[in-house]
Design a protein around this ligand. Structure first.
Ligand SMILES: [Zn+2]
Ligand SMILES: [Zn+2]
Length: 324
């Protein structure tokens, strides 16, 4: 499914099967999650370097060919391909354990073709073994929604009480990771979204309410998963002194101005960008140990546009996944 320009539907096309470069693997795609980032690309809020583009960076598949210098995986291995597709290994960020900020990073389904397809190729160094014990469809959202949620939690430090603003694909996985780390989650949904609040409580949130409500006690941190800048001051009003508000998305509407007093008291606002391979290793280990699950709705690959619409409308519980 190919995007030829922003704000146009993806087109179903037959293309040659991509050949892996020397250090790449070719993956036969079994499932590919639909991430809100894909929506930002399709809607023109994020500009990829070039078109046409095959989106998709939550790939679960099997290795179907290996490059001449690739040695980490064998034919038939079940693998996951995430957003981080390549880093330079040389810049100051790469050399300080912050490859997520690499100046020359390349991202799957953005700088290079992704997983809205039957086949994809990926640099083997950035490919993970697929999580065990989960179907292909259920494993796919772990590759971005899960990973970014995990990194966001990590950046919130050792907060005991954590607020989640927006309870979609990322949050429904992160709430389980938080519980496994001994953290209590307070879920904020759209005001009046009783079903979303029920969904959050069912996955282990200790409290759920509308984003216009205050939690029963001040929080130690808040993660904002919804791409809504107006939530930043709301979250600041809900955290205690010294707390952190983490913006987990790659794109957000403008943040309205707010009084300095809600930032005062060493409160911090920060963003989360991308992932490191270390995040992936740690998170996937936690998925297995804590038996983290996902709630998914699958769509045939050729219904990618319908799947994107469903994510845009916030109509799904959990995550949307395409199946070739
Ligand atoms: Zn770099
Ligand atoms: Zn993503």
């Amino acid at each position: 499914m190919v995007l030829h320009r922003a704000r146009s539907p993806l087109a179903l096309e037959d293309r040659p099967i991509p050949t892996p470069g020397p250090s790449e693997v070719q993956v036969r795609v079994l499932a590919c999650g639909v991430c809100r980032t894909d929506l930002h690309i399709v809607d023109g809020e994020l500009q990829p370097p070039s078109f046409p583009l095959v989106p998709g960076h939550e790939i679960i598949g099997v290795v179907s060919a290996v490059g001449t210098k690739a040695s980490r995986y064998r034919l038939g291995d079940r693998v996951g391909v995430p957003w981080l597709g390549w880093t330079c290994g040389e810049c100051s960020f790469c050399r300080s354990d912050r490859e997520n900020l690499c100046d020359r990073a390349k991202f799957t389904g953005f700088d290079r073709d992704g997983g809205y397809a039957e086949f994809a190729v990926a640099d083997e160094r950035f490919v993970f073994p697929a999580p065990q014990g989960l179907s292909d469809v259920d494993a796919a959202p772990m590759m971005c929604a899960g990973l970014i949620g995990y990194r966001s939690l990590r950046l919130a430090g050792d907060a005991r009480k954590v607020g989640f603003y927006g309870f979609g694909a990322s949050a429904h996985i992160a709430v389980q990771a938080a519980r496994a780390r001994g953290q209590d989650v307070y879920a904020f949904t759209r005001p009046g979204d009783a079903r979303g609040q029920e969904f959050a409580r069912g996955l282990g949130a200790v409290w759920a309410g509308g984003s216009d409500e205050r939690p029963p006690a001040p929080l130690d941190a808040a993660l904002i998963f919804a791409p809504v800048g107006a939530l930043v001051p709301e979250a600041l009003k809900s955290i205690a002194k010294g707390g952190t508000v983490v913006c987990a998305g790659i794109h957000m509407s403008d943040i309205p101005s707010f009084p300095y007093e809600i930032l005062w008291g060493e409160r911090v606002v920060r963003s989360v960008a991308n992932l490191t391979r270390r995040d992936g290793d740690e998170f996937l280990e936690l998925v297995g140990r804590a038996k983290i699950r996902t709630v998914t709705t699958s769509f045939p690959l050729e219904q990618a546009n319908e799947a994107l619409d469903a994510v845009r409308g916030g109509r799904l519980e959990g995550a949307a996944v395409l199946v070739p």
